[in-house]
Design a protein around this ligand. Structure first.
Ligand code: TRP
Ligand code: CA
Ligand code: ZN
Length: 317
C-alpha cells in the first residue's frame, strides 16, 4: 500500500457523511488531504482495558460495586479526574443528592475551541449495587477517558470546543445528567452543538448499534463503521434509557453507540456480527458477573476507535 503523509487522510465519503465537506469539493479522487482536519488516532484497546482494570480493582476494594452513594463511585471519579488533570484538562465536580446520598458528575473541558459550539461526549460512571459495572458502564467511561487523553497527546486544536463528562446516578434514572442539563441556562444549551453518549460499548456477545437521532452524528458513526466494513443497526431499545435523554429533551442534538444489553441476539445478527444467537448481548447485564471477563475486546476496540473518530470529525469545523 502506498504510504501517506502524516496529516489528515480522511475519505471524502466520511467527510461528506460528517457534513464536513460540500459535495462540490469531492472531485474524482477518493481521498482528500486537508490541513484543517487531522485524522483521528487509533485508540489503544490495551489502554482502555487498563482503565477497566483500575475500575475493577476499585469495585473489589469497595464492597464489589461502584454504585451511587457508595465509596466505589467516588473512588472511580477520583481515578478519572486525576488522569484528566494530569493531561491538562480543566475539570469540575458537581455534587447532587439522590435518595439521601451524595452523587457527583465530573466535567472536563479541553482548553480552546469555540465555546459557542461545544461538542460533548459523556458516559455514566456509576454501576448498579449488584456488581462492578465493567461493561455497564466502565466501557463507555474508559473509552471516553482514553479519547480525552488522546486529545491531550495530540494537543488537538479543534475548531469547536470539546467537553467530556462522567455522570453519576444514571442507574437511578439518569439523575446526574438531568441535574447537569437542568443547571444550564437557555444560552448554555444553545451552545452545545451535540452530545454523544456511550453506555455499554464492549458487550461480550456484541451488536453494533448506532442511535437513530441527530443525522450528522448518526452518519459520522456510520461512516466509521462503514470504513472498517462492520455492519450496524439502529438502536431501537428506546430513546429514554440513558444519559442522552435529558439532552434530547432540552433540544440538544444527540447520538451514541450501544453494543447491547439483555436483549437476545437473533440468528440474523449472529450471522452478520458473529457471536451466539439465542443468547443475550450481555448476559451479565446488571449482575455481579459484569466484570473484566464480561468484555469483548474487539467490540471495545472498535467502539473506542469510533468515539475518537466522531470526536475528531465533529469538532474539526
Ligand atoms: N444503562 C442502560 C440501562 O440500564 C443500558 C441500556 C439498556 C441502554 N438499553 C439501552 C443504553 C439502550 C442505551 C440504549 O437501561
Ligand atoms: Ca483501537
Ligand atoms: Zn448503563
Amino acid at each position: 500500500m502506498r504510504s501517506l503523509p502524516a496529516r489528515a487522510h480522511i475519505t471524502a465519503a466520511a467527510l461528506l457523511a460528517a457534513g464536513l465537506l460540500a459535495a462540490s469539493d469531492t472531485g474524482a479522487s477518493a481521498t482528500v488531504t486537508t490541513p484543517a482536519a487531522v485524522a483521528a488516532p487509533d485508540i489503544s484497546v490495551a489502554n482502555v482495558k487498563a482503565h477497566l482494570t483500575q475500575l475493577q480493582s476499585i469495585a473489589t476494594a469497595n464492597g464489589g460495586n461502584r454504585a451511587h452513594g457508595r465509596p466505589g463511585y467516588k473512588a472511580s471519579l477520583d481515578y478519572v479526574k486525576a488522569k484528566l488533570d494530569a493531561a491538562g484538562f480543566t475539570t469540575s465536580v458537581a455534587q447532587f443528592t439522590s435518595g439521601g446520598r451524595t452523587g457527583y458528575n465530573l466535567v472536563a473541558d479541553w482548553p480552546g475551541g469555540d465555546t459557542n459550539r461545544t461538542v460533548m461526549a459523556g458516559a455514566h460512571l456509576d454501576s448498579v449495587t449488584a456488581g462492578p459495572g465493567i461493561n455497564d458502564n466502565g466501557s463507555g467511561s474508559a473509552a471516553i477517558l482514553e479519547t480525552a487523553l488522546a486529545v491531550s497527546r495530540a494537543q488537538l486544536k479543534p475548531v469547536k470546543h470539546l467537553r467530556f463528562a462522567w455522570w453519576g446516578a444514571e442507574e437511578l434514572g439518569m439523575i446526574g445528567s438531568r441535574n447537569y442539563v437542568n443547571s444550564l441556562t437557555t444560552s448554555d444549551r444553545a451552545h452545545i452543538a451535540g452530545y454523544l453518549n456511550f453506555d455499554m460499548i464492549g458487550s461480550p456477545n456484541p451488536g453494533y448499534f448506532v442511535y437513530d437521532d441527530d443525522p450528522t452524528i448518526e452518519s459520522t458513526f456510520k461512516a466509521y463503521y462503514a470504513g472498517i466494513g462492520v455492519p450496524t443497526e439502529i438502536e431501537t431499545e428506546g430513546d429514554g434509557r440513558s444519559d442522552h435523554a435529558p439532552f434530547k429533551n432540552a433540544g440538544i442534538p444527540v447520538g451514541g453507540l450501544f453494543s447491547g444489553a439483555d436483549y437476545i441476539k437473533t440468528a440474523a445478527q449472529a450471522q452478520k456480527w458473529g457471536g451466539t444467537a439465542g443468547r443475550a448481548f450481555d448476559p451479565c447485564y446488571h449482575s455481579s458477573c459484569d466484570r473484566m471477563t464480561n468484555i469483548n475486546d474487539t467490540a471495545l476496540d472498535r467502539s473506542g476507535d469510533a468515539v475518537a473518530y466522531a470526536v475528531w470529525a465533529l469538532a474539526a469545523q
